[in-house]
Write a protein that binds this ligand. Structure first.
Ligand code: NIG
Ligand code: FE
Length: 355
């Protein structure tokens, strides 16, 4: 039962309290809305040709981000807003009711600030990712300084989170630490792109700073797995990226068996993975990462909520926000069992029907 946008009661329908309206799910599965805790949605243009070249063997590299930066800087506020609205709508129609959105395609004080101002109009969670890549014409240490000072000051009012792409070709551990620590001082909470392309220092830095999440976790040493397992930093896996860059998948079983908390998100962005479908990511996690359907659906709902340090989304217990996803299927297993098939029958966000 939904009241004032929240879940007021759950139980067998025969025992339900009286209500103004009733919805008969007719035996279909009812899930919490997906929590997509990692996406880059403020951008212009796309990179279909880069994808095509990658499928013929060109490897993915951080530098492709700069192509999108040029297009994003040239776009108007209205164009960026319209693209963001389109993507969030596309997500909602596929059962996603909480969306995290990062900046990172502006890379000047002015363009990062406007990216976050626009993100904050439409996304549930907003992340400052000024340290996404060193922009053309800049050097790493002066750009890092900018991202940790003036850019941060302009961006912090619009964001809850600070993120850095800690990777070869982007920012090293010292640079990531400089930006994250400055962000924490400015009142933001840390999360980190970590160990996407190499066994770098990102995961351990995330754990050391008590980041809410270390995202990607594709190349992990034993010490990284141990660090995650003994922390409250969530390992957010982004299987659409490995699918779309033809990289090896992260070892979800190793993380789960060690006791780490695992989330799944799309990483929707025009470069490394342009899917908005959490259902697709669940299917890949089950098929190729050996998660059970129940583990994968948990990771895409409650796990995403943990990665955002939220308890009001990703579950349907009384007190939760009424984010409800009715599948056109009898069970959650069908999300993996019927890959690529649209199976979202109805969606409510905070008690309001959105599909
Ligand atoms: O999460 N890794 C860094 N950022 C994105 C890719 C962005 C892009 O290629 O445009 C990611 O994969
Ligand atoms: Fe990302």
């Amino acid at each position: 039962m939904i009241e004032d946008g929240g879940v007021a009661w759950t139980g067998p329908s025969a025992a339900a309290p009286p209500a103004d309206e009733r919805f008969d799910a007719a035996g279909r599965a009812v899930l919490p809305g997906f929590v997509d805790s990692h996406a880059h949605l403020v951008f212009a243009g796309e990179r279909a040709e880069e994808f095509e070249a990658r499928m013929s063997g060109r490897p993915y590299a951080a530098g492709g981000i700069r192509t999108t930066v040029e297009r994003t800087r040239a776009a108007s506020d209205d164009d960026l807003r319209a693209n963001l609205r389109r993507l969030i709508g596309e997500m909602a129609r596929q059962g996603t009711t909480t969306v995290e959105c990062k900046s990172g395609y502006g890379l000047t004080v002015e363009h990062e600030e406007r990216s976050l101002r626009i993100a904050a109009e439409l996304a549930d969670e907003v992340t400052y990712l000024g340290a996404h890549v060193v922009p053309a014409g800049s050097d790493a240490s002066s750009y890092t300084r900018l991202a940790a000072t003036d850019m941060l000051a302009a961006c912090a009012p619009h964001a809850r989170w600070v993120d850095v792409f800690c990777e070869e070709g982007a920012f090293d551990a010292d640079q990531a630490r400089e930006v994250l620590e400055a962000g924490i001082k400015a009142g933001l909470a840390p999360r980190l792109h970590a160990n996407q392309l190499t066994r770098g220092p990102g995961v351990r830095l995330a754990v050391e700073l008590d980041a809410a999440s270390a995202d990607h976790c594709t190349f992990l040493a034993d010490a990284d797995v141990d660090a995650l397992a003994s922390s409250r930093t969530v390992a957010t896996l982004l299987p659409g990226v490995e699918f779309s860059t033809r990289q090896p998948y992260p070892d979800a079983r190793r993380l789960l068996d060690a006791g780490a908390t695992v989330a799944i998100a799309t990483d929707c962005n025009p470069g490394s993975c342009y899917t908005s479908s959490m259902a697709f990511c669940v299917a890949v996690a089950v098929r190729d990462m050996r998660m059970t359907p129940a583990e994968a659906v948990w990771a895409a709902t409650a796990g995403g909520a943990r990665a955002l340090r939220r308890t009001d989304v990703g579950n349907l217990a009384p007190g939760a926000r009424a984010d409800v996803h009715v599948l056109d299927a009898p069970s959650h297993i069908h999300l993996a069992y019927r890959p690529g098939v649209p199976q979202t029958a109805a969606v409510w966000k905070a008690g309001r029907r959105v599909m």
